[in-house]
Design a protein around this ligand. Structure first.
Ligand code: MG
Length: 161
């Protein structure tokens, strides 16, 4: 059984993951409207990945006897000045998510819930990857000139999962 305090933290995290999914989906369609089909495809898959994080957490909560409560998802931003700005936003958002995950790990330790600690440690690792990927794309976009950005668009369009 999972404590009420942790159930609340996990439900909040599920909401944050779904909000992330919505944000990336909005970015995907913004990029598509600007003709960046490759970046848009990448963001579509990113949105799916966030949804998958939410369902993994919901499954875990259910397995532990907790109650999943889907909450209202806040509106997401819908306009950006450039492709670089979008990926910078994605990177800073992932940094915020990492801090939230760290807080759940800390709370699990305080609540002596080692199963939840273990479960969320997999997301600690996941966040290292998420931050590195987003900041890697930001770096490349900064180096890319006008023709480089077309190359990157087609590279990111090859993302499989
Ligand atoms: Mg996530």
């Amino acid at each position: 059984m999972i404590t009420t305090k942790l159930q609340k933290a996990i439900n909040d995290q599920i909401t944050a993951e779904l909000w992330s999914s919505q944000l990336y989906l909005q970015m995907a369609y913004f990029l598509k409207s600007k003709g960046w089909d490759g970046f848009s495809h990448w963001m579509q898959l990113q949105a799916l990945e966030e949804r998958e994080h939410a369902t993994r957490m919901a499954d875990y909560m259910t397995d532990r006897g907790g109650i999943v409560r889907f909450q209202m998802i806040d509106v997401v931003p819908e306009g950006w000045g450039s492709v670089l700005e979008i990926f910078e936003h994605a990177y800073s958002h992932e940094c915020k998510v990492s801090k939230m995950i760290d807080n759940i790990v800390k709370l699990s330790q305080e609540e002596n819930d080692y199963a939840t600690e273990n479960f969320y440690r997999t997301f600690v690792d996941e966040q290292v990857e998420e931050e590195a990927t987003a900041s890697g794309i930001v770096d490349k976009l900064k180096k890319a000139g006008d023709s480089g950005i077309f190359f990157l668009d087609s590279e990111l369009g090859k993302r499989k999962d």
